[in-house]
Ligand binder design. Structure first.
Ligand code: MG
Length: 164
């Protein structure tokens, strides 16, 4: 099983009114946005870091630093696409991705299928390979006070083109 790699990613962004809320590449209307150098798509950032982690290629800060004006306001789908390319260059493709949002808002369930479709599109895999879930912290802590939104991602990567 040398050709199997697992990775995890975690991210948090603070809510900031006046910005659109972007999750998995989709805009969620009627909710405060998230603060950040890029579009602050916390779900895509967690997935990006999970893929980098699976391949031991560092983290988002290494590849897409906040100090780089190229990423100011960037669509985070570009980060996902880039790390999928990096993985492909090493012969790896994504088997599945499980993404969990942790926070009091927004309610994810009305948007779940849309978020899955968008994330699957960014990853270049069928929607059946992508799970999007949500939970709360029972109003405890900073996410419980709705100060921000957290996301946790796990990915499995495998060597493409056979049994590895
Ligand atoms: Mg982030």
């Amino acid at each position: 099983m040398k050709g199997i790699r697992i990775g995890q990613g975690f991210d948090v962004h603070r809510f900031k009114t006046g910005r659109p809320l972007k999750l998995c590449g989709r805009t969620i209307p009627g909710e405060p946005g998230l603060d950040g150098h890029s579009d602050a798509d916390v779900g895509l950032h967690a997935v990006t870091d999970a893929i980098l982690g699976a391949l031991a290629l560092g983290d988002m800060g290494d590849h897409f630093p906040d100090s780089d004006p190229r990423w100011s306001g960037a669509d985070s789908s570009a980060f996902v696409s880039r790390v999928v390319e990096l993985a492909a260059a090493e012969g790896f493709e994504l088997v599945n991705c499980d993404l969990t949002f942790i926070g009091e808002r927004p309610r994810i369930s009305p948007h779940r299928e849309s978020l899955r479709a968008s994330l699957a599109d960014s990853l270049g895999v069928p929607q059946s390979a992508v799970s999007v879930k949500a939970t709360t912290t029972e109003r405890l802590g900073f996410v419980g006070r709705a100060e921000g939104l957290a996301a946790l991602a796990v990915v499995l990567m495998a060597k493409g083109g056979g049994d590895g």
